[in-house]
Design a protein around this ligand. Structure first.
Ligand SMILES: *Cc1c(COP(=O)(O)O)cnc(C)c1O
Length: 381
């Protein structure tokens, strides 16, 4: 990935001046800091950032500058980076499976909070970590609709197993907490309602007073024009339901947004390489590049098309089949993608809301994947 040090005014200026042949992710630090402050001001507890959603160092530095003091890390690489860029921040190692080498690395680097969803991983942690001053959060799951995909398919204990694990965590002398992830791009606030109620029941059944409840990530970003994320509504619901179900024993709350905090901060600029027989649009970015997640969880419809000289294409949109650049038939966006009828070869396709899960999935398959990251003041064309 190349990094341009110039700060551009807006995407149109970048396209006109640079005429980029390879995909570009334009990052607006001001947008990231604004969203971070929205979480810090509105969430009734500690805001931590899920590093995996966009581990770019500029992103971490801007979040630290905005006042984010905690990070959800999942690997030694992420731990090392946060230690270096935000030395005073808390790190929560909330990947419920880790090797012994990874646990030792975390301990050496000052990580004091871990999650588990199984007895075997809890035994591993108990073997290696001092109970005193170490938090272990039991991760549980529910079958919940409303998210873009099911996070419970890989991690999370049933409520019954979580009750047993929580009891064991407390008996071993660790600081006992609970955590969950309602599923990414979760647009239904009621998902948090169900999870928080279940958390209270697990704590009561285990007869354990929770130190903290981590309500996970899953906060939605603005992906569809018609669907503005209702962050403040979700914050208010989390606050109200936590007080209702825990009363005097309400634990401190933690959240760990990835997409919800970073999604809006970047636009992707891809170029139309070819318009084959007026039906198939071939872009220079796709499934094996930074558009991987679009193929998995659905296209963002906040898309604009700009001619090489910087004019917005305005003809009524028509559905096109959109392919990426590789010679692999998986490299296709789902369904028909609505693009202006006057879209032409050489145009730029600007996709908004591409800050999360885009840089991280970029591969070099077939020799593509040369992605430039540049900085801009504004993301409006
Ligand atoms: C990925 C992840 C997150 C962030 O999820 P988003 O849907 O991007 O908010 C938070 N917590 C954990 C444990 C994760 O694995």
């Amino acid at each position: 990935m190349g990094l341009s040090q110039t700060i551009w005014n807006n995407p149109t200026e970048y396209m006109r001046v640079q005429a980029p042949e390879n995909p570009v992710l334009l990052f607006a630090p001001t947008v990231l800091q604004e969203t971070a402050r929205r979480f810090l001001a509105g969430f009734p507890g500690l805001v931590t950032y899920a590093v995996k959603s966009n581990p770019d160092e500029m992103v971490i530095q801007n979040l630290a500058a905005a006042g984010v003091r905690g990070y959800d890390v999942a690997s030694p690489f992420e731990i090392e980076m946060i230690r270096r860029l935000a030395p005073d921040a808390a790190m929560h190692y909330n990947n419920p499976v880790r090797s012994r080498r990874e646990i030792a690395f975390a301990l050496e680097n000052g990580v004091r909070s871990y999650s588990v969803d199984s007895h075997s991983e809890l035994r591993k942690l108990a073997d290696m970590l001092p109970a005193q001053g170490t938090e272990i959060a039991v991760r549980f799951k529910l079958p919940v609709a409303g998210a873009a995909y099911d996070f419970g398919a890989k991690f999370g204990a049933s409520a019954e197993l979580a009750t047993d694990l929580l009891r064991t965590v407390a008996a071993l002398g660790f600081i006992p907490s609970l955590t969950f992830h309602a599923g990414t791009q979760c647009t239904d606030p009621m998902a948090w309602d169900a999870y928080i109620r279940t958390a209270a029941r697990i704590a009561a059944d285990a007869d354990v007073q929770l130190a903290r409840l981590n309500v996970g990530g899953g906060f939605p970003a603005h992906r569809q024009v018609a669907h503005l994320p209702q962050l403040e509504e979700i914050f208010a619901l989390i606050d109200r339901v936590s007080t209702e179900v825990f009363g005097q024993l309400r634990p401190s709350l933690v959240c760990e947004p990835g997409r919800g905090i970073v999604g809006e901060s970047c636009v992707l600029i891809a170029r139309v390489k070819a318009l084959r027989d007026d039906t198939h649009v071939f872009l220079n970015d796709g499934y094996y590049g930074s558009m991987n997640e679009l193929a998995l969880i659905g296209m963002i419809d906040r898309v604009q098309v700009v001619s090489p000289d910087g004019h917005l294409r305005k003809a009524p949109a028509i559905g096109r089949i959109v392919f990426g650049p590789t010679c692999d038939s998986t490299d296709r966006m789902p369904g028909a993608v609505m693009l202006p009828g006057d879209t032409a070869e050489g145009d730029y396709v600007v996709i908004h809301g591409m800050g999360a899960y885009a840089t991280v999935t970029n591969t070099r398959f077939n020799g593509f994947g040369e992605l430039t990251i540049a900085t801009t003041l504004s993301l409006a064309l």
